[in-house]
Design a protein around this ligand. Structure first.
Ligand code: SF4
Ligand code: SF4
Length: 214
């Protein structure tokens, strides 16, 4: 499982840094290194670009796993340069941004957009498989997730646009509900196509969602 990110445009990063002239840059040695959005090479490239626009980068580091609790120790090791900065530019997924923000009173600025959680099918090819919706219906959809595989995240069968098994939004892509139909048919469970999934009740799921494991 990997957290998939995309770098914000430099213009957007520049706008976020408008009030700050001394950023410290943090990347992540795991997901954003793998996706080439926040590894050593990208952090150094960002450092150079910021220096070109007269930012005085106080330092940089790539933390092995920016979203875990060891991040606090890694930040202590770089305390001097971090304290010298007036903001932290974070080149990790949003989990890393949250984690880093817990250990520093400086503003944390995300340089990346966090897109989705994915599995790697083949080297370098990541596919979104779950949106962590909290109401998993894979048991009734033959193991194919309509929330992530259908362009409209429909959970009660296909839209009217499916055409010869292809999606109306992207004709290169198989319609998720056609795949679900075919697989349920193969499994002799076609009656599940008629099962109605009621709208989500957001009242019973107040955010932020929390869980206590005892
Ligand atoms: S239905 Fe899809 S998005 Fe929701 S929990 Fe199951 S796999 Fe994840
Ligand atoms: S064609 Fe299929 S995959 Fe595309 S939006 Fe409609 S139901 Fe979803």
């Amino acid at each position: 499982m990997k957290s998939i990110t995309r770098q914000k445009t430099f213009e957007e990063i520049k706008a976020q840094l408008e009030r700050f002239d001394r950023p410290y840059i943090i990347g992540c040695g795991t997901c954003t290194t793998m996706t080439k959005t926040g590894g050593i090479d990208q952090v150094l490239e960002m450092k150079n670009r910021l220096q070109e626009i007269n930012k005085r980068v106080s330092g940089w580091s790539v933390i092995p796993i920016a979203c875990d609790e060891m991040t606090e120790i890694a930040m202590k090791e770089n305390r001097k340069a971090i304290q010298d900065a007036n903001c932290i530019l974070v080149m990790t997924c949003a989990l890393g941004v949250h984690r880093i923000g817990q250990y520093i009173d400086r503003p944390v600025i995300p340089a990346l957009d966090t897109l989705f959680i994915a599995v790697e099918d083949t080297p370098g090819f990541f596919r979104e498989v779950c949106a962590q919706c909290g109401q998993c219906i894979l048991g009734e959809t033959a193991g194919i997730c309509p929330v992530t595989m259908c362009h409209k995240s429909l959970v009660n069968g296909p839209c009217g646009g499916t055409n010869n098994g292809k999606c109306e939004v992207d004709r290169e892509k198989d319609c998720a509900w056609t795949l679900i139909y075919q697989k349920l048919k193969d499994q002799g469970r076609l009656e599940l196509m008629r099962k109605y999934h009621s709208p989500r009740n957001y009242q019973i799921e107040p955010r932020p969602r929390m869980v206590k494991i005892s």
